[in-house]
Every structure is written in structure tokens, then in C-alpha cells.
Write a protein that binds this ligand. Sequence first.
Ligand code: AMP
Ligand code: MN
Ligand code: MN
Length: 347
Amino acid sequence: MKHREDASARDRIISAIEENDVFVILTHVSPDGDSIGSLVALWRVLVHRGKQCFALFPGDMPPEYLFLLGGEDLPRSLPSGQKWDVVVLLDIPSISRLPLSLNRQIPPCKELINIDHHESNDIRGTINWVDPSASSVGEMLCHLLEHARYDVSSEVATALYTAILTDTGSFRFPNTTSSSLRAAARLVTYGVNPARVAQHVYGSHSLRKFQLLGLALATLQTCFSGKVAYMWVTRKMLDEVGVSPVEADGFINFPREIKGVEVAILFKQEGPEGEVKVSLRSKRRNVVVSRVAEMFHGGGHPLAAGCTLSGSAETVQELILKAIAEELEQAGMAASASSLSGSPSKG
Ligand code: AMP
Ligand code: MN
Ligand code: MN
């Protein structure tokens, strides 16, 4: 049944593309490889099909994904007072994740297309295609373009491949399925050079990123008998190295890669003093980190979620560790507070 619904949503999306002329494509704030890759791919497809299409800049882009734009720029805001034919939301589970320039408002439109793979998606578009079994929106768009028999250029394929590659953690996370691997393989036949993409995404970092990583790694510690690992990127570290918080993209993988760790946490003091962005990763479906993120008005997937809290490092760390302990206990992994080691790091 679900597959029939998905098929009909896909057909309706293709009809909406064929029947309309002016499009806006949006993706979430704090963009990642999936959101940027999907945005760029659909934008290129629509422009190639002769549509007028605005792909709105979603906020600071991690520099490793800029190659997907090929030197082109994205508009920072939309012309006001216009009613659009179609607005497409990609990888956006809730209104709170819309680009900041929109002030939490979806631009007025005839057709609102919601394409996402977050289970928690609560947006009601006129067409909703939400598939939590998909590794990424990039994988979904690959199916969509093939189903529509649209030409997939090597540039479009590269953007979609980058989306799948990054949302599966380089084909390491549990969302690495035969479907995501096959989609990636087909994209390679359309002209992706995987080594070139890997060079951009994983092999083009700044020296400062590694200097920041060095400071952050010094705070890495485990608690709850080694089941939880966490690390801090503080405002002080960012100022000392002279980089923006986007340079900490990917740091969450270090606590995640410690043997025996079930939940990894990255605390990042971004923006104004006192605001801490928390990234959460779980290794198993019975420990649902999106439930923890939702307690603090964030969200995400069962195995990858995030939220932002205000408060001192000590307070934020204590609140999150307590919530994680409860989640571990619910999953039958006892995590007594007494096994909590170390005190909050001020870096
Ligand atoms: P991150 O830790 O920023 O890489 O995010 C992991 C996942 O959680 C992604 O799917 C995000 O879309 C989601 N996420 C992160 N921060 C938030 C937030 N504040 N609210 C809702 N979802 C979030
Ligand atoms: Mn995303
Ligand atoms: Mn995604």
C-alpha cells in the first residue's frame, strides 16, 4: 500500500513539474550534503527543462560542498509579493527548519511539494512524499528522475551521489541498503567520478579545521560505562582558531567511532553566547535519539538527531546526559548516573 502511495505521489510530482513554470526550491538550515546535493540537483533539472527556478540559499554552507554549485551563486532571499506556481521542500521535516530568511513562512504557492525521509515530517503539502526507508532525499530524487525518464546529467548525478554518500556516512550507517547502493551505482553510470567527489568532500579540508579538531578531541570522553561518548566545540576554541562553527561538520563521527559507544554527542557553542547546538547519533534503533532531541524542541531521525539549547556548558551537558540516560534505560541498557565520569569541559 505504502509503495502504491509513493508511486502516486511521485507521478503527481512529475505532473506538477510538467504543468507549471515558476518554482522555488527550499532545503533546511544548517545544510548538509543531502540537503545541498538534493537542492542543487533538482534546481539543475528544472532549469534544464526550461523552468524559472529559485533555489534559495539555506544558510552557511560547509565549504566542502561548494563544488556542487560550479561557481554559481544561490539567491539569499526571494522577491516579495509573488505567488509561486510550485514550492518544493527538500529534507525539511518541520517549519522550524526553513531557511531563516523566510521567517518560518512557506512562500505562497499553488502547489506545495514535500519530499523528505524524516519519519517525524509534520508538513502538510498538497503533495507529500515522505519515505523514511530512503537513505536520503538524494536517493529519492534519483528514483524520481529515473521514473520520469528525465535526462540525468553528470552534474546532477554528482549532486545526488554526494547526497547519498554523506547521509549514509560514506556507506557506513544502517541506512546503507541495497537500494541506496544501487542508486549510487546507477549515478556512477550517469557520470559521477566517486574519487573526485571523495576528494572534494573528505580531502579538501582547511588546516584550521584540523586545528579545531585537535582542541575538540582533547575534550572527548565517555560516560555510562563507555556507552556514551561526547565532545565539545566551544566558542573559545572557534575564536582561538578563527573559524566558523560549520568547520566542525563531521566531528560527531569521532565519538561515534569509539568501540562500545551506543550514543555519540557533539556539543557546539554556536552563535550568541549561551546557545549550544547538540548533535546526537545512535547506533541501534532501540535507542532513539530523535526522542531526546524532541524533548528540547529539536528533531531528526531515530539514529541521527539534533537540537539547540540555551545555557551554560555545565547545564546543557547535564540536561542532555540525563535525557540520554533515560533513553538508554528504556532500551534496557542500564545507565546509572553513578557511571557518569568527568565534568563538563569548558575547553
Ligand atoms: P546534525 O546533528 O545537525 O547533523 O543533524 C542530524 C539530524 O537531525 C538531521 O537530520 C537534521 O535534520 C536533524 N536536526 C538537527 N538539528 C535539528 C533541530 N534543531 N531541529 C530539528 N531537527 C534537527
Ligand atoms: Mn539533512
Ligand atoms: Mn537527509
